[in-house]
Design a protein around this ligand. Structure first.
Ligand code: FAD
Ligand code: FES
Length: 281
């Protein structure tokens, strides 16, 4: 069993859990994820690691409450325990010195991107963050993002369809100044449609853009094929070849989006999520 050592509700329906899992904490790297099962009847559900502490043997993740498992997780308290907690899974994010890195984050990406940005900053990169949330009530993680970046721009939508335009508008402004103040790399963790739009904006300028993909996953180890996608005409699995991938090399965005939408239902749309079928804001 994997005890819960801390539980914090950051904003309504967004929670941070800290789990005692020393072996996972020892090996965790920025950008990796875990798969957990709440109890013996539970489903396998993946979450991106948003922090870890080798000394206390704890691993943190932030989740948005969208369906059954995340509702179960939201009801757990310190002292309760998870039946299974497997990881770290996936390839770590690429970390090197690139120069000026712009990170676009939304939803749980505001927390899960923090270890990646910290590592990028330690390599001497200048970090600009565009932090998108539908409204101020659902904004979280500001201080953590500020601590690992040089500047943070808030993109607060009005909860309407214009939300994504807000983040893309800010990136547009940065890209328009690209010749004076170069953007050397973009990293994005948000809804599928936000990541796709960002890739289309950076493609003509040849700015490498890494996206963090979260297709439906089952085993998380490359065997079931649930998370497959097409990268430059070849079959790849987000769980073992990603979750971070070069967004300009993905040639199956439509398929990815269609598969995600397969399980979209009215319940998630009623909770105020803007992207159909996607649990990201
Ligand atoms: C590698 C990876 C990392 C992830 N990291 C995080 C994280 O750090 N925090 C977080 O909140 N969520 C994360 N997710 C998404 C998370 O796994 C799903 O939100 C969760 O499985 C939903 O389970 P549920 O039983 O509560 O909802 P379900 O009843 O299974 O689904 C409810 C709704 O959520 C949507 N959904 C289901 N699975 C996903 C998915 N993989 N991605 C997006 N939407 C989905 C469904 O379309 C449905 O509309 C990650 C997914 C992957 C693949
Ligand atoms: S989740 Fe099974 S292959 Fe990726």
């Amino acid at each position: 069993m994997f005890p819960i050592v801390a539980h914090q509700e950051l904003v309504p329906k967004v929670h941070r859990l800290s789990i005692e899992a020393p072996l996972v904490a020892q090996k965790a790297r920025p950008g990796q994820f875990v798969i957990l099962i709440v109890d013996e009847k539970g489903e396998r559900v993946p979450f991106t690691i948003s922090g870890w502490n080798i000394e206390s043997g704890t691993v943190d993740f932030v989740f948005i409450q969208v369906g059954n498992t995340t509702k179960q997780l939201a009801n757990l308290r310190p002292g309760d325990a998870l039946a299974h907690f497997v990881g770290p899974l996936g390839r770590p994010a690429e970390i090197d010195h690139y120069g000026h890195v712009v990170a676009v984050v939304s939803g749980y990406g505001a927390a899960a991107m923090v270890p990646i940005l910290r590592a990028l900053r330690e390599k001497g990169n200048r970090i600009s963050v565009i932090h998108q949330a539908p409204d101020r009530q659902r904004l979280f993680g500001e201080s953590e993002l500020e601590a690992v970046s040089d500047e943070v721009f808030l993109a607060l939508g009005d909860g309407g369809d214009s939300m994504h335009q807000t983040a893309t508008f800010m990136l547009r402004k940065m890209l328009d100044r690209h010749r004076q103040r170069a953007v050397d790399r973009v990293v994005c963790m948000g809804s599928l449609c936000l990541m796709r739009i960002i890739c289309e904006m950076t493609r003509p300028l040849g700015i490498k853009t890494m996206v963090h993909l979260t297709p439906l996953m089952v085993d998380g180890t490359g065997m079931c094929g649930a998370c497959r996608l097409s990268v430059r005409g070849a079959n790849r699995f987000a769980c073992v070849h990603g979750p971070e991938l070069d967004g300009h090399q993905i040639d199956g965005w439509e398929v990815l989006m269609a598969r995600r939408c397969t399980y979209a239902d009215q319940s998630i749309l009623q909770q105020g999520f803007q992207c159909r079928g996607c649990s990201q804001w």
